[in-house]
Design a protein around this ligand. Structure first.
Ligand SMILES: [Fe+2]
Ligand SMILES: [Fe+2]
Length: 219
């Protein structure tokens, strides 16, 4: 983090400058400090060598950071009626889940290279944390309906919810301790879990309400 901030400072830029600004600053500094500009002045030449070495390192670092950033991706997924389980509040929460994933992707698509260190790390960490909190709230809502309507597969369903919360806790810890997972992998993991779970287990509960109890819609 300190290294990246220093790289910006070496190029005379504010942290958060765009890649284009980095390129422009580099070109400007080369014209100012390149040792070949001072063929008859050994002192300036040697100062230029030292300065250019520093500038080249900073420039390479910032380009490497930009290359490592996730590129903008298409939206993860959007809720549509095929995900509906027939309980409005639950459907709404599923919809919000998808929106959270899409917002996360969108924020990466517009990230500047400055966010490749502390800002992105914090953003991803808070994202996982918020998702875990939201998932917990959502699972409680769903489980309350299952208990209320005496759903026979409640225990099995709840186990899946509990396991997912544990996985999110682990993801959060792993990310905090070692930044092990890339943002794209995090989104992929959560999205595939969510899609699979809603389309299979949550919809099974919807079918139970519908077919066994004759309930077609709960507002
Ligand atoms: Fe659900
Ligand atoms: Fe569920």
């Amino acid at each position: 983090m300190a290294l990246i901030s220093r790289c910006y400072a070496v190029l005379g830029l504010e942290a958060g400058a765009s890649l284009q600004e980095v390129h422009a600053a580099y070109r400007h500094l080369v014209k100012e400090w390149h040792p070949d500009l001072f063929p008859d002045d050994p002192l300036r030449q040697s100062q230029g060598q030292i300065r250019m070495a520093e500038i080249n390192v900073a420039y390479s670092q910032l380009k490497a950071v930009a290359a490592a950033l996730p590129r903008g991706r298409p939206p993860a997924c959007s809720w549509d009626k095929s995900y509906s389980i027939g309980i409005r509040s639950v459907d709404k929460q599923h919809e919000i889940f998808f929106k959270m994933l899409n917002n996360f992707n969108d924020s990466y698509a517009s990230s500047s290279i400055a966010t490749a260190d502390d800002k992105v790390t914090m953003k991803i960490y808070l994202y996982i944390l918020n998702l875990r909190r939201y998932a917990f709230k959502h699972f409680v809502t769903e489980e309350e309906y299952m208990v209320k309507y005496h759903y026979p597969a409640y225990a099995e369903h709840r186990k899946k919810h509990d396991r997912f919360i544990k996985q999110l806790f682990k993801l959060e810890d792993d990310f905090y301790n070692s930044n092990k997972m890339s943002p794209n992998n995090i989104t992929d993991f959560i999205l595939s879990w969510l899609e699979e779970h809603i389309k299979r287990m949550d919809k099974d509960f919807g079918r139970y309400l519908n077919e066994e109890l004759g309930i077609h819609f709960i507002p």
